[in-house]
Design a protein around this ligand. Structure first.
Ligand SMILES: CC(C)(COP(=O)(O)OP(=O)(O)OC[C@H]1O[C@@H](n2cnc3c(N)ncnc32)[C@H](O)[C@@H]1OP(=O)(O)O)[C@@H](O)C(=O)NCCC(=O)NCCS
Length: 180
């Protein structure tokens, strides 16, 4: 699979391969810091190796696809990931029916290449992979504070369907203590 990006002649989309993995680990680190709003820093070796191993195992898993965007001089400028998630529809009916969704994660486009259609091209490949697995629904999460992600997903047809709430345990303790 190799596809061109509509708005940028020099960028193409392809499935990730083993030699891409160190750069993809860097992308994941940048993504984590971006979501946390933290300044850039280097990953500890142990964490780098853990991410490398996780990505490497995804490459050989037929239910997972990592896609990269690459310039004509072979620089990686983006990535996206989709895996097949199976669930039993036990609340929906008595028959033993399995539902499949495509979970999208680990989305990153280098800042200089944003708003050029790079991620749309990545998503096209992830969608084709999902459809080849008879998946009719794509699911993803993004931080409510991530405005560019919210804008992008809305443009690409995604609508928020739930709210993920988080609290420090100390805060929950305090709330419960007030209710005694
Ligand atoms: C979110 C992200 C992947 C989008 O990648 P991209 O290659 O810029 O996306 P595209 O160029 O394909 O844009 C798709 C649509 O979203 C719109 N869009 C993208 N970024 C936008 C922004 N910051 N504000 C408003 N609209 C935006 C584009 O204009 C386009 O719509 P249009 O064709 O109607 O103009 C990229 O901004 C990024 O890597 N952000 C940091 C990491 C991140 O937040 N990842 C998502 C975590 S869930």
């Amino acid at each position: 699979m190799t596809a061109k990006v509509k708005n940028v002649d020099q960028v193409s989309i392809r499935a990730a391969q083993d030699t891409d993995l160190p750069v993809l680990v860097d992308f994941l680190a940048k993504l984590a810091l971006h979501v946390a709003g933290s300044p850039p820093h280097t990953l500890k070796e142990k964490e780098h190796n853990r991410l490398l191993a996780t990505l490497r195992s995804s490459l050989s898993d037929p239910a997972k696809l990592i896609v990269v965007a690459q310039t004509s001089d072979e620089r990686l400028v983006g990535m996206g990931y989709l895996y097949v998630w199976r669930s039993q529809g036990i609340w929906e009916q008595t028959a033993d029916v399995e539902f499949k969704s495509g979970i999208i994660d680990d989305v990153w486009v280098e800042p200089d290449f944003r708003k050029l259609g790079v991620f749309s091209a990545i998503l096209r490949e992830l969608l084709a992979f999902a459809e080849s697995h008879n998946i009719g629904e794509l699911i993803l999460e993004y931080a409510a504070s991530n405005k560019e992600a919210a804008a992008t997903w809305a443009k690409l047809g995604f609508k928020p369907t739930g709210v993920r709430a988080a609290a420090f345990t100390a805060v929950v303790q305090e709330a419960l203590a007030k209710r005694r």
